[in-house]
Design a protein around this ligand. Structure first.
Ligand code: NAP
Length: 253
C-alpha cells in the first residue's frame, strides 16, 4: 500500500472531459477523489462510476468562481472524504471571439472561471495542505497560452495560470506543497466538439485535420492529460515544482 491511499484529491470541472479522466486516474492511484462541477447530479454520476470500479469518490456541486460555493464545497470534502491535499484546477469555459467582437461578459466569464476559480479553490485548500505539510496542486493551462486567434480572453487566462502556478510553487514550497501546470494541446472533449460546432466544421474532420499538424499524428485524449496529472500528484514528484508541461503530441514550447 502506498501512502497515496490516504490522500484526498479535489478535481474541479470533473463531471466530464479531462477532469473526469483525471479523477478516475487519481482514484486508480489510490486517492479518495472529490468531483466538483456545476451540476451536482452530474458530479454524483461521475463519482458513482469511480465507486462502482472500487474507488472512493464524492460528487459535490460547486461553482468555482463563487467564494461561498467554494468554501462550502471544500469544507464538505474535508468532512466527508478527508482533508484535501491534492488539487487539480481543471474547470474551464470557452467564450471565443475576435477582440473587436468580444463582449465584456465573455472576457469576465473566462477570467472568473479559470483565474478567480483557481485562486479561490487554491486559497481554500492550501489550509489543509500547509497543515499536513504536504500538497500537490495542478493547474490546467493550454497551448493557447502562447496566443490563439479568437481566444484573447482564454489565452490571457491560461497564460495567467502559468504565472499563478510558478508563484504558488515559490510561496508554498516550504510547506511541502508543489504546484505545476499542464498545458494540453488538442484533446477530444465536449469543449473541442463545441468549438467545431461553433465554427461550422464536422468534429471528425477537425480531428483529422488537427492530427496531421501534430508531430505524433494523432489528437489527444483526456487520459493523456490524466497520465501527466497522475505524475505531478504523486509522492514521487516532490522535487518537481513551478513547471509547465506541454502535453500536445509535440514541442509547443
Ligand atoms: P469540458 O469538457 O467543457 O469540461 C469542463 C467542465 O468544467 C464542465 O463539466 C463544466 O461544467 C465545468 N465548469 C465550467 N464552469 C465551471 C464553474 N464555474 N465551476 C465548476 N465547474 C465548471 O472541458 P475539457 O475539454 O475537459 O477541459 C478541461 C480543462 O482543460 C479546461 O480548463 C480547459 O480549458 C483545459 N484545456 C482543454 C483542452 C482541450 O482540447 N479540450 C486544451 C487545453 C486546455 P458545465 O458543462 O456545466 O459548464
Amino acid at each position: 500500500m502506498t501512502e497515496d491511499t490516504t490522500r484526498t484529491a479535489i478535481v474541479t470541472g470533473a463531471a466530464r472531459g479531462i477532469g473526469a479522466a483525471v479523477a478516475t486516474r487519481l482514484a486508480k492511484d489510490g486517492m479518495a477523489v472529490a468531483i466538483l462541477d456545476l451540476d451536482e447530479g452530474a458530479c454524483q454520476a461521475a463519482a458513482q462510476q469511480i465507486t462502482d470500479a472500487g474507488g472512493r469518490a464524492l460528487g459535490v456541486g460547486c461553482d468555482v468562481s463563487d467564494e461561498a460555493s467554494v468554501a462550502a464545497a471544500v469544507e464538505r470534502v474535508a468532512a466527508e472524504l478527508g482533508a484535501p491535499t491534492v488539487l487539480v484546477n481543471n474547470a474551464g469555459v470557452l467564450r471565443d471571439n475576435l477582440l473587436f467582437k468580444m463582449s465584456v461578459d465573455d472576457w469576465d466569464t473566462v477570467m472568473a472561471v479559470h483565474l478567480r476559480g483557481s485562486f479561490l479553490m487554491t486559497r481554500a485548500v492550501q489550509k489543509y495542505m500547509t497543515e499536513a505539510t504536504y500538497g500537490r496542486i495542478v493547474n490546467l493551462s493550454s497551448t493557447s497560452a502562447q496566443g490563439n486567434r479568437g481566444q484573447v480572453n482564454y489565452s490571457a487566462a491560461k497564460a495567467g495560470l502559468q504565472g499563478f502556478t510558478k508563484t504558488l510553487a515559490i510561496e508554498l514550497g516550504k510547506f511541502g506543497v508543489t504546484a505545476n501546470a499542464i498545458a494540453p494541446g488538442f484533446i477530444v472533449t465536449d469543449m473541442t466538439a463545441a468549438t467545431a460546432k461553433r465554427v461550422g466544421v464536422d468534429f471528425e474532420d477537425m480531428q483529422k485535420f488537427a492530427a496531421k499538424e501534430i508531430p505524433v499524428q494523432r489528437v489527444g485524449r483526456p487520459e493523456d492529460i490524466a497520465a501527466a496529472a497522475s505524475f505531478f500528484c504523486s509522492e514521487d514528484a516532490g522535487f518537481v515544482s513551478g513547471q509547465v508541461l506541454y502535453v500536445a503530441g509535440g514541442p509547443k514550447d
